[in-house]
Ligand binder design. Structure first.
Ligand SMILES: [Zn+2]
Length: 240
């Protein structure tokens, strides 16, 4: 299977579903992660241009730990809007390039505008990308307009699980250590979360995975919700 996970900022995917993605790689799937934004505003002191480079390196390192290809959506922080063609086409380009069997992204009800905009953009682009006669204005990753398949979307957990009731779980007990290692690659964000949100990042993520584990009889787990709309249903279990 080919799996495309699209998160707003470098680290969102690691927080919500990297234990699952690591398991997918282990069972033989091709996993591509797209960080939509460069993450340029995620620090109190480091200026955006410098931070961008740091975060790209952190994200690459995190992906390589689990055998995941890392690509970029081409936006900056707080500059993701879901109501224009250029933005949608950037996601169409990514989806057509990855040609996934399953897409994972943010829940529409997450906590900040980049997350909710990405959720909507991915939803819109995932349909658009399947139309053979749709001319995409962005060709950063693709060279032509070969359509993608119409596939299910699974929403990953929100930050700290707020307003999110999973309808499916993945046991990540075997990959929880790798998940925390991947998260730890985002060194700039561990500092940012401490200074801006006053939290211990790794502890929060591990605790949330433990909490989801309690809900499904596993030591550690990650939760997902399927996007239930016309043509996006499936009878198959796609996650490990
Ligand atoms: Zn984020």
């Amino acid at each position: 299977m080919r799996i495309l996970a699209i998160g707003a900022h470098p680290d969102d995917i690691e927080i919500a579903c990297s234990g699952t993605l690591a398991k997918c790689v282990q069972r033989g799937d091709t996993v591509i992660v797209c960080h939509v934004s460069s993450g340029d505003l995620g620090h109190v002191i480091i200026p955006p241009e410098e931070l961008k480079v740091m975060r790209a390196n952190e994200a690459k390192k995190a992906g390589s730990l689990a055998g995941i290809e890392v690509i970029w959506g081409g936006f900056n922080d707080l500059d993701i809007y879901d109501n224009n063609k250029e933005a949608r086409d950037k996601m169409v380009d990514v989806i057509r390039y990855a040609n996934p069997d399953l897409i994972i992204t943010h829940d529409p009800d997450d906590y900040m505008p980049d997350h909710t905009a990405v959720s909507k953009l991915v939803f819109d682009a995932s349909f658009t990308a399947t139309l053979p006669n749709y001319k995409c204005s962005v060709h950063k990753y693709t060279t032509d307009d070969t359509p993608a398949k119409l596939v299910p979307i699974y929403y990953m957990d929100t930050l700290a699980g707020v307003n999110f009731n999973p309808t499916m779980f993945v046991d990540v007990s075997e990959t929880i250590d790798l998940k925390i290692q991947m998260l730890s690659c985002h060194e700039s964000q561990i500092v940012w979360m401490r200074d801006h949100d006053h939290i211990d990042f790794c502890d929060m993520v591990k605790t949330c995975s433990r909490y989801r584990g309690y809900q499904c009889g596993a030591e550690y787990a990650e939760g997902f919700k399927q996007c239930q709309v016309y043509l996006k249903g499936t009878t198959k279990r796609l996650l490990p």
